[in-house]
Write a protein that binds this ligand. Structure first.
Ligand code: SF4
Ligand code: FES
Length: 280
């Protein structure tokens, strides 16, 4: 139940003690409560929590109760911060009731999502009383719960803004503007990675990455000069290269990461041994 907190600057963070379900736990002051709970193997269902993005509180599944002066207050654990003396309960009849309703809603919102089905079943919910949203033309395969993680990863991590929410209310979907292929997409796949329901699909076809869920946007891939394989979207490869030391650029410009690593390691070995063919 201990956690040694060291900040990115190397300075130790202030440690606090809080109570979860009646037991004491240590955490860094200000740490996201859900992160602490998950680290301590306390199960709290969640969909829109992604440590690399700021907490947002969209899915409402991660509700817990905070005890304040004898009274309990429900809050999202992904927006709650660790503090000295914080008292939290993660499983009460009210939380279970709230959670079960949400699971039913998500089963209706994303009826084809095996992830949602499995998560809901773990909490005893296998059916929904809500009307299932089934759309044969849905580019996200009826698996999207509108958590917004893909949109935020595209905007906040990649700065691309290639996708967003379209329409309103029950017709809301995520896609590219006007459902058309977009030049703003790098083809990085951050959206695929963060999607909690595996709704976003992409596929590499020869020299092109096809963002199947995003209006089949096509992104050219870069070819490795050494192994001859397509390894990353061209635009990303160029952006990465811009951050590499100029002296290395020419040497490794057209190589995939694996071949780059090998080339750099070989250069280092040669440099360490005094250069190629220099054996004394
Ligand atoms: S596609 Fe995935 S990440 Fe994007 S809003 Fe839907 S569920 Fe969330
Ligand atoms: S994980 Fe907390 S609201 Fe979604």
């Amino acid at each position: 139940m201990t956690h040694g907190g060291v900040s990115s600057t190397g300075a130790s963070k202030k440690q606090v003690t809080m109570t979860i379900n009646g037991k004491p736990y240590r955490a860094d002051e200000g740490e996201i409560f859900l992160g602490v709970a998950l680290r301590e193997k306390i199960a709290i269902p969640h969909l829109c929590y992604e440590p690399s993005l700021d907490p947002y509180g969209a899915c409402r599944l991660c509700m817990v109760e905070v005890v304040k002066r004898g009274k309990r207050e429900m809050t999202t654990s992904c927006t709650l911060q660790a503090a000295e003396g914080l008292e939290v309960v993660t499983d009460t009849p009210e939380i279970v009731k709230h959670r079960n309703i949400l699971f039913e809603l998500y089963l209706a919102e994303a009826p084809k999502s095996e992830v949602i089905k499995a998560m809901a079943a773990r909490y005893g919910v296998t059916k929904t009383r809500f009307l299932k949203k089934l759309d044969t033309t849905d580019s996200l395969g009826n698996k999207c719960v509108l958590c917004g993680l893909c949109v935020r990863a595209c905007n906040e991590i990649m700065g691309a803004g290639a996708i967003g929410f379209i329409n309103r209310g029950p017709y809301t979907v995520v896609n590219t503007p006007y459902f058309e292929p977009t030049k703003d997409c790098y083809g990085c796949g951050a959206c695929v990675k963060v999607c909690p329901t595996n709704a976003v699909e992409m596929e590499d076809v020869a020299d092109t990455r096809v963002m199947k869920s995003w209006s089949a946007t096509k992104v050219p891939l870069a070819l490795c000069d050494c192994c001859g394989k397509y390894y990353a979207p061209k635009a990303l490869a160029i952006a990465t290269l811009a951050r590499i030391t100029p002296s290395l650029k020419e040497e490794i410009a057209a190589l995939c990461p694996a071949c780059r690593g090998k080339r750099i390691a070989r250069e280092e070995i040669l440099a360490g041994s005094g250069g190629a063919g220099n054996h004394g």
